[in-house]
Design a protein around this ligand. Structure first.
Ligand code: SF4
Length: 259
């Protein structure tokens, strides 16, 4: 069974195809996973591996580790484009996510004022008042919407809260509008003998309508990069991603990044 990808609270910097030279922050455990989704393609593995033993990284520890790293990188003259919250689960589930964001902004301003702060979130907590206020303070607020068809979203992203729906996802993301990026993973394959495909004409039509409601500043389209825990899922080719990207640009006038 594939298990967690990140074994540290601060990791990298790594060269990210989506974001550039990125220093990662993993707020979730170093030896387990905590997420409100259980996506079939999750690079950190399935939730069934357990929550591990280290828990959410305490706010003070995150600040200390981040300061040590940024200070050392600055002194060594290392380049950096972005500080990115991702990791073994959903960062906004951290009990003091807003406080961690405040500390990160202060440290960024002190050591690398030109660097952006990005949060990769599945958007399940986007409607929470404190989380929303924190997300509005970062530079790149990247929210997931993989399918605008309930059955597909539930089969692919497998929300832990079974009452979670596309309607709730869109309602949670919509208030961010032009200040957010909506990120969509396109893939197809099988799970438990069932076909899953968010690239059909009906799926793409539904996504277009959801983007039309949200009107994000940008849509980020991508497909599988690393090994996915559900190994039947396939990587959708760049031509197909670009074709859908052009449709979004033409029909909605929204900026699209294919990564
Ligand atoms: S939302 Fe992200 S961390 Fe959570 S299961 Fe999906 S891919 Fe993994």
């Amino acid at each position: 069974m594939q298990t967690v990808l990140f074994h540290d609270t601060i990791f990298g910097p790594i060269k990210s195809r989506r974001l550039g030279v990125s220093l990662g922050i993993n707020l979730t455990p170093n030896d387990g996973k905590i997420c409100s989704f259980d996506c079939l393609y999750c690079e950190a593995g399935f939730n069934e591996q357990g929550r591990g033993t280290t828990g959410f990284a305490p706010r003070e520890r995150v600040a200390t580790l981040l300061e040590n790293k940024l200070k050392a990188m600055r002194e060594a003259g290392e380049p950096l484009d972005v500080i990115t919250f991702s990791g073994n689960g959903e960062p906004t589930l951290h009990p003091d996510f807003a406080g961690v964001i405040d500390d990160t902004i202060a440290l960024r301003d002190k050591y690398y004022p030109e660097v952006k702060i990005s949060v990769l979130s599945n958007a399940t907590r986007a409607g929470n008042e404190r989380v929303a206020a924190a997300l509005h303070r970062v530079d790149n607020n990247i929210l997931k919407l993989d399918s605008a068809v309930d059955e597909t979203m539930k089969a692919l992203d497998r929300p832990v809260d079974k009452s979670y729906s596309v309607e709730r996802a869109v309602a949670g993301i919509k208030p961010y509008g032009g200040s957010c990026t909506v990120q969509t993973m396109l893939t197809r394959g099988f799970h438990d003998g069932r076909r899953i495909d968010n690239t059909t004409a009906a799926e793409l039509d539904a996504l277009i309508e959801a983007y039309r409601v949200i009107m994000p500043g940008e849509v980020m389209l991508y497909s599988l990069d690393r090994r996915s825990p559900e190994q039947s899922l396939e990587k959708v080719g760049r031509d197909e991603l670009e074709a859908f990207g052009n449709r979004i640009r033409n029909e909605l006038g929204i900026k699209v990044q294919v990564v």
